[in-house]
Design a protein around this ligand. Structure first.
Ligand SMILES: [Zn+2]
Length: 330
């Protein structure tokens, strides 16, 4: 019998409200963020507390408006940028329902990894809710190719990510990493990997008024000779592990947990979005499932529902209360 012991069958929120603040990668300004508990079936949504009026931004793939440097989502012309490292922590720690209050246009970059958000979520604690989670179980391969970039998802009894990157740079070159994601593995093997950038690119961006908050305190910086950070790398293959942070963060925008194995080659935010759109457009290759506890054992081994659903039914799942019904994915 199949086991899904690493996956909680129930939805979770956080136990208490927690705060953090840090610099915005692009604006360079100080930004305050508050994470609040949310009711079951609310999903993940952002609120821009610096703006008047109701401005909920649901964390869904059809709200993505920019993937060039980071993943930006928007609703009614109100946007929030650099969502992926926070969303990775929320996903990695199996939080389904949360309200994220931010008083600026981007999530603070913190140290460039997912780790400060993990610490914040651990401080908040998790609270199991009565509703079952609905998961997307991949039943057939779904692939997206974009030039020499490639991302696929395969059937798998759990959530696994394999990433490969290939940079023509002595400090990076070819790196491959694979992880079957559990909360502990996410925290230990993935969450601490920082984003990275090349000095010449950062200088160009800053001349154009972008990446004003970028520093060696929130990224691994490199020039042609190697890594510029005095403290060195946190993992010998920190670069590919950070790619997995980005994949887990972006895939959160599917709106529910995934049972599947993602295999990504040289992927970026744009390809992650394209894979989600292809999943939504290919309902014959996945099904909605719930997991159930087996008696007194904390082993999950039985599907209680197998609902074949049209791709556009993916989006309203866990749709935030009070938000508009999301439109079908592009
Ligand atoms: Zn990243």
């Amino acid at each position: 019998m199949k086991t899904f012991s690493q996956i909680n069958p129930y939805q979770n929120t956080i136990r208490k409200t927690v705060h953090c603040s840090g610099v915005g990668l692009h604006s360079g300004k100080q930004i305050n963020m508050t994470l609040n508990p949310a009711e079951a079936n609310t999903g993940i949504r952002f609120v821009r507390s610096d703006l008047d009026g109701k401005n909920y931004i649901p964390a869904f793939m059809n709200r993505v408006v920019d993937t060039t440097m980071a993943t930006t989502i928007s609703e009614d012309n109100v946007s929030i940028a650099t969502t992926e490292h926070l969303l990775a922590a929320i996903n990695g720690l199996s939080i389904d329902n949360i309200l994220i209050d931010v008083d600026g246009p981007e999530v603070p970059i913190m140290d460039g990894s997912s780790s400060p958000f993990v610490d914040l979520l651990l401080e908040a604690g998790s609270k199991q809710q009565k509703s079952y989670r609905r998961l997307v179980k991949i039943t057939k391969e779904i692939s997206f190719r974009d030039g020499d970039r490639d991302i696929s998802i395969y059937p798998y009894d759990g959530f696994k990510v394999t990433a490969e990157i290939n940079f023509d740079h002595n400090s990076i070159k070819r790196q491959v990493y694979s992880v079957s994601v559990s909360e502990q593995k996410f925290i230990k093997e993935i969450s601490k990997a920082r984003t990275f950038g090349f000095l010449e690119d950062v200088e160009k961006l800053q001349q154009n008024g972008l990446a004003l908050g970028a520093s060696l305190g929130n990224a691994v910086g490199m020039d042609e000779n190697g890594v510029l950070n005095k403290e060195g790398l946190r993992y010998s293959n920190e670069f590919v592990r950070h790619k997995i942070v980005d994949i887990i963060g972006d895939m959160t925008l599917l709106g529910c947990p995934i049972l599947g194995h993602i295999v990504a080659y040289k992927s970026g935010h744009s390809q992650h979005l394209s894979l989600m759109e292809k999943i939504a457009a290919t309902p014959e290759s996945w099904e909605f499932v719930e997991l159930k506890k087996n008696g007194q054992l904390s082993v999950l081994n039985k599907f209680v529902s197998r609902t074949k659903a049209a791709g556009n039914r993916l989006l309203p799942i866990l749709s935030p209360v009070g938000s508009k019904i999301p439109v079908t994915a592009r």
